[in-house]
Write a protein of this length. Structure first.
Length: 427
């Protein structure tokens, strides 16, 4: 399957095919994902979110063109063809500027779209579902659709001006979960009603056609709906296929599209198989990848304490805690818990707000120190068994090396393998 439209077509025909979207900007996560795709001989879909990467640099400091070159260089290092990477822009809209008036926020959103499309991103998630400063608290579907079409027009004009034609594919939808999971504790969640699916598509189609975007509408491949999956800081809402029966059935009445499921992190293995078979052809994963990274790095830091003299240790866990306390903006409002639970949430929450800090210079230096210490000393097998038991089994089978970086990537690939199994390897 050479492109995402072929995947969607196969899924709609009941061929148990899907694609998972890697939503991360961490180099080891990207490397692990590309290695997984190379092993499976598949495409890889890698997405940047508007807050990670935008015209002002986002929290990664990268412009859209920088991000594409960043993942391209990793692909080159791994001898993976760049044209096997599908690049996606996630939550592209006014999300970064909701504390500004809508007119001003949408102007920045238009520039955001221009930058993504001109850089070469091909899958565009038009997300205008959030309220800006002077908007109603609950946005009407009509306004969401009008703004999405407005951004689509910018995307099409930019693609034609830059490349002579547009082969962009789009994802739309008004029921868009917040990036990175829920910020409050959840006990249950309502699925998107079929009536809402029909209304959302009808309003978007009308808004597109009003702007002479009929051709672009034919390239809308995904609709974001709520399939009944979500996670908060310490709990997970599991997918129940029986509850999504009506959503599954309606796909055959809709042209060209499948569903896109956000916040699919941390589900059981069977859930991903069920999601793909129920026409959730695009599965987004993000925090679970960096949580696996964090688990591996913290495990290695405990190994370091067994091997390395105190004066030479990285003290990675302590450095992470210090950085998060000194720069609380990326976690504080998301973790409204008593101070007694603060450390637990900062380090171990499913929402994994620590992912925003891996590119801080002190933390980067501590990670490098950790790697150097362990690679120079060599990691004894019993310590791998103690702190990374699943990776130990793979080491004993000679499937992975015992360098610190290889152990971290192996931990991340425990996540990608489950998604790959559901999307590409079902029989």
């Amino acid at each position: 399957m050479k492109n995402i439209e072929a995947v969607i077509k196969a899924n709609r025909q009941g061929n148990s095919k899907g694609i998972y979207a890697i939503c991360s900007a961490h180099p080891l996560v990207i490397e692990a994902a590309i290695e997984q795709a190379k092993q499976d001989n598949t495409l890889v879909l890698i997405e940047a979110t508007a807050n990670q990467v935008n015209q002002f640099g986002g929290y990664t400091g990268m412009l859209p063109a920088d991000f594409l070159e960043f993942i391209g260089q990793i692909a080159d290092k791994l001898d993976f063809p760049r044209d096997h990477i599908i690049s996606g822009g996630d939550h592209l809209g006014p999300v970064c500027w909701v504390d500004e008036p809508a007119k001003q926020a949408m102007e920045k959103a238009r520039e955001l779209i221009k930058c993504y499309v001109a850089a070469g991103f091909k899958k565009i998630h038009l997300d205008t579902s959030m309220s800006c400063m002077d908007d109603p608290v609950v946005m009407s579907d009509e306004i969401v659709a009008e703004r999405a079409a407005e951004l689509c027009l910018v995307a099409e004009q930019t693609a034609i001006a830059t490349f002579g034609t547009s082969d962009l594919v789009y994802v739309v939808g008004t029921e868009v979960p917040p990036p990175g999971g829920a910020s409050e504790e959840i006990e249950s969640i309502e699925l998107t009603p079929v009536s809402r699916v029909k209304q959302t598509l009808s309003l978007h189609q009308d808004a597109f056609e009003k702007r002479d975007l009929a051709s672009a509408w034919q390239r809308v491949v995904g609709l974001v709906v709520q399939p009944g999956v979500e996670f908060d800081h310490t709990s997970i809402i599991d997918y129940q296929s029986s509850k999504a029966a009506e959503l599954k059935a309606i796909i055959q009445t809709l042209p060209n599209i499948a569903f896109e499921a956000h916040s699919t992190d941390y589900q059981n293995e069977q859930a991903y198989i069920d999601l793909v078979n129920d026409h959730f052809a695009i599965l987004k994963v993000g925090p679970q990848l960096t949580l696996a990274l964090r688990e591996a790095l913290f495990a290695l830091s405990y190994i370091e304490e067994e091997l390395i003299p105190v004066e030479k240790r990285s003290f990675l866990r302590d450095v992470c805690e210090q950085e998060m306390l000194e720069l609380p903006k990326n976690w504080q409002r998301f973790y409204p818990v008593p101070a007694s639970k603060g450390t637990l949430y900062r380090r171990f929450s499913y929402s994994d707000r620590i992912r925003y800090y891996w590119n801080q210079p002190r933390i980067e230096k501590a990670v490098e120190c950790l790697y150097n210490n362990l690679n120079d000393a060599g990691i004894p097998l019993p310590l791998i068994s103690q702190f990374l038991p699943e990776q130990y089994r793979e080491v004993r089978k000679h499937n992975i090396a015992t360098t610190a970086q290889d152990l971290v990537k192996a931990k991340i690939k425990q996540v990608t393998e489950v998604y790959a199994q559901a999307c590409w390897k079902q029989k």
